[in-house]
Design a protein around this ligand. Structure first.
Ligand code: MEV
Length: 440
């Protein structure tokens, strides 16, 4: 094999057709080109929009866009848009939404909505001089960036505060400006980064010409400026609560009090044991990420923030908590959700825009509440299965269609297999045996 042919210069300059042809020639079989083409949007303008989201594109990669109806959050009924590739997640969210719909619905609130950015620099001054210099520095950087911040100020956001931290663990001359932002309904990443970079430039000028500095304090080197994805003060809380006697599981034969007790026990395990906590929180993120993706938000940012938050006590713990007070069941989650409902992909991706229409154009705070409720619903559904029937029964039932696809089942074979497995436990092996049987 000629491995040199697999190296290439100027790949990004090639047209999409040329990139595909190069891939097919060097990595695939000729007939596989069709595998890319069939996912192209028929509308050239739409395809252009999608191509511009990323670089070196060769194809679209579709994911299912589903909806979980009957989500009552703070008295409003939502059909929650969810984009996810895992079977049974949307079904589980829908079932949990319907369960809580008749038990008071979900409650949600935004505890705080602070975003953060950091400007790191090396400086020759002494740490104790910060207190005397901070006001002069803040006045300078804020005055010089008014043109960048005034629109955000008028939308209720902007720079909320600046702290000057010393990081001697890194180096005796290492400092950080920790800047607190409000970004209204936008996620605000570009706004924050633009302001921080402008702060960096002004900081250099301040070090050079400020009359407040002594000569031996003028050596300053900006290292980097970027938002922080750790957003513990951009927090949404969602909860459900009802009398334990109402925690019945229709058709299951499971006693309501027994269910509530086992449920709380399972959450308590995830509060204490990190191995269980990671899986537990993954279940929460099944719901959260699906709404994040559907609404064109940044799932890597939300994932990073939520897992950092889960570990903020020094031990990784469950993001949700459960308590039983005087025969009342209470289940809640707190999640750092730095998201937006305007700007970025929320505007550019036609389906993200549609998802926001389905949600009736929420502001960022309202979406934070809905998203936290979706995470809680997902967690409720997973634990409900885990402490009663086990997860596989429902999951494999939903997964049956994927198994059938993997065996190339015809529509008739699908109908027959579905009928055969109704009420039975589905397994990959069982489906194969059944198909072999009917195929003869
Ligand atoms: C699977 O995607 C998610 C679960 O593992 C979550 C959990 O165990 O709580 C079912």
């Amino acid at each position: 094999m000629d491995t040199d042919k697999k190296k290439i210069n100027g790949f990004s300059k090639k047209t999409k057709a040329e990139r595909r042809a190069w891939l097919v020639e060097n990595f695939l079989r000729p007939e596989q080109e069709e595998g890319f083409l069939r996912f192209d949007a028929s509308d050239a303008d739409l395809q252009g929009v999608i191509d511009n989201f990323s670089e070196n594109t060769v194809a679209n990669f579709p994911l299912p866009f589903g909806v979980a109806p009957n989500f009552v959050v703070n008295g409003t009924t939502y059909a929650v848009p969810m984009v996810i590739e895992e079977s049974s997640v949307v079904a589980a969210a829908s079932a949990a939404a319907k369960y809580w719909m008749t038990r008071g619905g979900f409650h949600a609130e935004v505890v705080a909505a602070e975003k953060l950015g950091q400007l790191h620099f090396r400086w020759s001054g002494r740490p104790e001089r910060r207190a005397a210099l901070l006001t002069s520095l803040c006045t300078r950087v804020r005055a010089q960036t008014l043109a960048l911040t005034e629109r955000m100020d008028s939308r209720g956001g902007g720079v909320r505060g600046i702290r000057w931290k010393h990081l001697p663990e890194v180096s005796p001359d290492c400092y950080q400006l920790l800047v607190s932002f409000g970004t209204a309904d936008s996620m605000g990443a570009n706004f924050i980064n633009t302001v921080l970079e402008a702060y960096g430039q002004e900081l250099r000028r301040w070090a050079t010409d400020s009359p407040d500095l002594h000569e031996d304090e003028r050596d300053l080197e900006v290292i980097m400026a970027i938002l922080s994805n750790h957003t513990p003060n951009c927090l949404a809380r969602a909860w459900v609560t009802c009398p334990i006697k109402n925690m019945n599981l229709p058709g299951s034969g499971v006693d309501a009090a027994d269910f509530a007790r086992r449920f709380k026990y399972a959450v308590d395990i995830a509060r204490q044991d990190p191995y269980r906590a990671v899986t537990h929180n993954k279940g929460i993120m099944n719901g959260v990420d699906a709404v994040v993706l559907a609404t064109g938000n940044d799932f890597r940012a939300i994932e990073a923030a939520c897992h950092a938050f889960a570990a903020q006590s020094g031990q990784y713990r469950s993001l949700s908590q459960c308590r039983i007070d005087n025969d009342t069941f209470h289940f809640e989650v707190s999640l750092p959700l730095a998201l937006g409902t305007v700007g970025g992909l929320t505007k550019l991706h036609p389906l993200a825009n549609m998802a926001l229409d389905i949600l009736d154009r929420p502001g960022a705070h309202e979406l934070m509440g809905v998203m936290a409720a979706a995470g809680l619903a997902q967690n409720f559904a997973a634990l409900r299965s885990l402490v009663t029937t086990g997860i596989q029964k429902g999951h494999m039932k939903m997964h049956l269609q994927n198994i059938l696809s993997s065996f190339g089942a015809t529509p008739t074979e699908r109908t027959s297999t579905e009928a055969h497995f109704a009420g039975k436990t589905v397994s990959h092996h069982g489906v194969r045996e059944y198909l072999e049987g009917i195929r003869g």
